[in-house]
Design a protein around this ligand. Structure first.
Ligand code: C5P
Length: 402
């Protein structure tokens, strides 16, 4: 992300003590940051701390001739490419929702045309109060983005929702708002992770897919402004900001979830490692070895799962469909055959026998295989970079169709 101008508005809650860290995360990413504060905020963190970390003067008062002389509040509002209100107290949310402008923060928030991100932080009962709920709804309807709050131990001693999001989460949400919106008109369906095919009440057949590749693709598409629905098999990976996640377990559940978003999708990127077979019968009780003869083995009968990618490719209309292929040998030849068989627009092949590539790795070495047999081989890259390259190709396909 190139250098952007972020205005951080600090209002008066205890979570203000985390704002110096928020500022540092932005500065480390080479952003230009200015801070403004309500007078209550200055009780929790001093302007000098924020001035030192941003390298810019901090404003705290609306009607201060010296401060207005340096940069007036309208120029500040115009200067910002993004306004981040953090922490946003119940009082400041109310002011934002109702368009008050009786202090510097609320006046700037009313005057700016930049996108606004708020990170609420308050007592759980204030958060749950119908007044706060209504204010939030007003803000969301108006396009204000909300990050958090998280749940947990609150400074006031209560437990529940109201903790301000961590600085890294606030920065990730800010990055999302600042990124280019090249996919703003797209609804991107991504499948990710492996499936679990039930054997009995407690067992399943699964595979070693971590979901990292598909989650990275989903995050990248969301950063570029797409609405992203991520249909995910069990995965420990965190949902990327801005992504709608639908959790599934088996291939059949994955197919149902894919079908239910299919009518809205304009792009499908199928990164899931779907089990090709499932047990013919999933017992709803646990198979007990005591119920079998002492030395008896156990034979499971498997039946084929539907090929979700092949099914949707047939019914794709103007959608762009991308498949993945994890191969351990004959990578390119089998990828070319797979592309034809599945009928997709692009196939991402990876050689899982290579080191630092494929299942559970943070990096991946992929080959883009195009209809007609054209091949693009990428070096080993972090999965996030592979995702960016892949989404670039999707954008090119979209351009070519226009
Ligand atoms: O046939 P194979 O499993 O190698 O194909 C991989 C591609 O097909 C991946 O994009 C995967 O998500 C998709 N697939 C699917 N449904 C299956 C099997 C694979 O959508 N039952």
């Amino acid at each position: 992300m190139h250098q952007r101008r972020i205005l951080v508005a600090v209002t008066g809650g205890i979570a203000a003590y985390k704002i110096p860290e928020v500022v540092r995360v932005f500065r480390r990413a080479d952003q230009v940051v200015r801070c403004i504060m309500t007078s209550a905020a200055t009780e929790f963190v001093t302007p000098l701390v924020l001035q030192t970390l941003t390298g810019e003067p901090v404003r705290t008062a609306l009607l201060d001739p010296a401060e207005e002389g340096e940069i007036d509040h309208i120029d500040l509002a115009d200067w910002a490419e993004l306004l981040v209100v953090a922490p946003a107290t119940a009082n400041s949310l109310a002011k934002l929702a109702h368009g008050l402008a009786d202090d510097l923060v609320s006046a700037v928030a009313l005057a700016t045309r930049a996108p606004v991100l708020v990170a609420p932080a308050m007592n759980v009962n204030m958060w749950n109060h119908p007044a706060t709920r209504a204010n939030l709804e007003t803000l969301i309807e108006r396009g204000v983005r909300i990050v958090g709050p998280g749940e947990g131990e609150l400074a006031c001693g209560w437990l529940g929702a109201g903790r301000m999001s961590e600085p890294a989460e606030i920065a990730a949400a800010a990055e999302l708002l600042l990124a280019s919106k090249s996919l703003a008109d797209e609804v991107v369906l991504v499948t990710a992770g492996g499936t679990r095919e039930p054997v009995d009440a407690v067992r399943f057949l699964g595979n070693r897919s971590s979901g990292k590749m598909g989650f990275a693709v989903a995050g990248e598409a969301a950063r570029r402004g797409a609405r992203v629905v991520l249909v995910a098999g069990p995965s420990a990976v965190e949902t990327p900001p801005g992504v709608e996640r639908v959790n599934v377990e088996s291939a059949l559940e994955m197919r149902d979830a894919v079908r239910s978003v299919w009518s809205e999708a304009t792009v499908a990127i199928m990164a899931a490692a779907v089990a090709d077979f499932r047990p013919a019968q999933a017992l709803d009780r646990k198979i007990r070895k005591e119920d079998l003869a002492p030395d008896a083995g156990l034979t499971l009968e498997l039946v084929r799962n539907p090929d979700i990618l092949a099914e949707i490719s047939k019914d794709r209309g103007s959608r762009i469909v991308v498949g993945f292929a994890a191969e351990s040998h004959d990578v390119i030849d089998s990828a070319i055959r797979k592309l034809e068989r599945k009928g997709c627009d692009l196939l991402v092949a990876n050689d899982v026998s290579r080191e630092a590539s494929g299942f559970d790795s943070d990096t991946n070495a992929v080959i883009f295989v195009w209809p007609g047999g054209e091949i693009e081989e990428l070096p080993t890259l972090p999965k996030t970079d592979v995702a960016a390259q892949l989404v670039d190709r999707v954008e090119k396909l979209r351009e070519a169709r226009r």
